[in-house]
Unconditional design. Structure first.
Length: 492
């Protein structure tokens, strides 16, 4: 292999590598394009040297080669078929490198290069130098060069297997499967048969006519076997297809039955959904009414709570007034008791005054008697005794009157005491009743507060329930519409 040949293969491999990299970097694409152009130019310049019979100085640009090299027309110069392959593959890589790649043209050029390389390989296998060495005045294609070209062509073809002519071979269809099975046999078996016939002829086992006859028979056998094998594969595929069609028909029949069942279920579902929707509508209306009633109860509870607060305040004020009245009644009772004591003292004093008046009257009477006994000398004293007696009578009368008044006062005080006791008992009962009323109103207030909180929670729950029922109602409407559309759509 010449130096330029090796460089051409390196450039082709690099171009293919950078084009297949999973990257969109501008540097990678530029490198791939440059490598493809270098490969193309190596082949083009070499062909121009052969065509123009000139030396451009590119053959030994890097390495020097001996003038006695085997099958070499010019030192370092590659074979013309090698240069042609580099030109074809370089153009093919450039076509694949372009933004709008031409896969068909690139693959066709690659197939031409593959055929040239295959000719060179078969030439070495059959011992036919015309396949790799066109003329004694030209450089021959080396065996490893032919093999390298075959590998490079295969890499280029499979690098774009999803487009162009390769799409048929790599397809997942039956045609692609048959192509992948037959192409290797078509490429390998006929050349192998020719090599066997040629080896027998060269060993003088049979004549040329016999060899040609055997080649024809072998070709018939090979192609018949390939056809039979292909037919067997096609029969297998056809049986699989019929089995699949039968299974598909059964599946379709089952699907139709299930579709009919689904239609019935859809109709029933539509009816059920309609009924549920109606019920949900009524439930939504009930929930809305309940929410309104809960809000109204909440407002009434607020009013009752406010009234209970006012009642508690009034009861507290009444309790304070009753307690003040109780204190005043107790003060009055104290004063009445004091008056009772004073009236008792007045009664005692009046009794003493009455006793003193009685004694004075007796003394005045005795004095009058003594004055009568005294005669003329006792007249003045009798007058004094008479006056004293009058005063004593008046004092006794006044004392009796005072005692009577004191008795009346004591009776009135006794009545007042009874009334006072009853008043104190009434006030105490009133205070107790007010306290109990305040406690009851407090309990009512707490109950109303609890009712208020409960009503508030009920209102919130009712609103949430109404919202949830509304969402469920909308969902059921959508489901009802979907069921109707499904039923009517299938019916159409």
């Amino acid at each position: 292999m010449k130096a330029n040949t090796a460089i051409g293969f390196v450039m082709g491999g690099l171009a293919l590598w950078f084009m297949q990299e999973k990257t969109t970097s501008l540097g990678g694409r530029r490198t791939a394009g440059c490598c493809a152009v270098v490969m193309l130019m190596i082949g083009l310049l070499t062909l121009m040297q052969y065509g123009l019979n000139r030396d451009f100085g590119i053959d030994q640009l890097i390495f020097k080669e001996s003038a006695n090299a085997v099958a070499t027309a010019h030192p370092g110069r590659m074979a013309p078929n090698t240069a042609l392959n580099f030109l074809l593959l370089g153009v093919s890589l450039v076509l694949l490198w372009l933004p709008t790649a031409n896969y068909l043209a690139a693959q066709c050029l690659t197939l031409v290069a593959f055929t040239i390389a295959l000719f060179g390989l078969l030439g070495y296998i059959y011992g036919n130098s015309y396949f790799y060495h066109l003329d004694r005045s030209l450089t021959a294609m080396a065996l490893h060069t032919a093999i390298a070209f075959i590998l490079l062509c295969a890499a280029i073809l499979f690098a774009s297997h999803h487009r162009g002519v390769m799409a048929v071979v790599t397809s997942v269809s039956a045609g692609g499967m048959m192509a992948r099975q037959l192409l290797p046999a078509a490429i390998v078996l006929p050349p192998t048969a020719c090599w066997l016939i040629l080896s027998g002829y060269r060993s003088e086992i049979y004549t040329a006519e016999m060899g040609i006859s055997l080649l024809g028979i072998l070709n018939v056998g090979i192609f018949s076997s390939l056809i039979w094998w292909n037919a067997g594969k096609l029969n297998l595929i056809d049986r699989q297809r019929r089995t699949a069609e039968k299974g598909m028909a059964q599946a379709l029949e089952e699907l139709n039955l299930r579709v009919e069942e689904r239609e019935k279920m859809t109709v029933e579902l539509a009816a059920a959904v309609h009924q549920i929707t109606t019920t949900m509508d009524e439930l939504a209306a009930s929930a809305a009414t309940m929410a309104e009633q809960a809000l109204a109860a909440d407002a009434q509870a607020k009013t009752a709570f406010s009234l209970s607060d006012q009642g508690i305040a009034a009861a507290s004020k009444t309790q304070s007034g009753m307690e003040l009245l109780q204190e005043k009644v107790r003060g009055i009772a104290t004063e009445i008791a004091r008056c009772q004591q004073l009236s008792s003292q007045i009664s005692n004093i009046s009794k003493i005054v009455s006793d003193i008046a009685s004694q004075t009257n007796m003394l005045a009477l005795n004095a009058a008697i003594e004055a009568v006994r005294a005669g003329e000398h006792g007249k003045s004293f009798a007058v004094v005794a008479s006056e004293i007696r009058k005063l004593a009578d008046q004092s006794q009368t006044s004392a009796v009157t005072i005692m009577n008044l004191v008795g009346d006062i004591q009776k009135a005080i006794a009545s007042t005491v009874r009334v006072k006791d009853e008043g104190i008992q009434t006030v105490t009962s009133g205070v107790t009743a007010v306290v109990e009323t305040a406690g009851a109103i407090g309990g009512i207030s707490r109950s109303i507060e609890e009712i208020f909180v409960s009503n508030k929670q009920i209102a919130m729950t009712s609103q949430q329930q109404a919202a949830a029922i509304n969402e469920a109602f909308n969902a059921m409407n959508a489901l009802n519409q979907l069921a109707r559309e499904t039923a009517f759509g299938k019916g159409d």
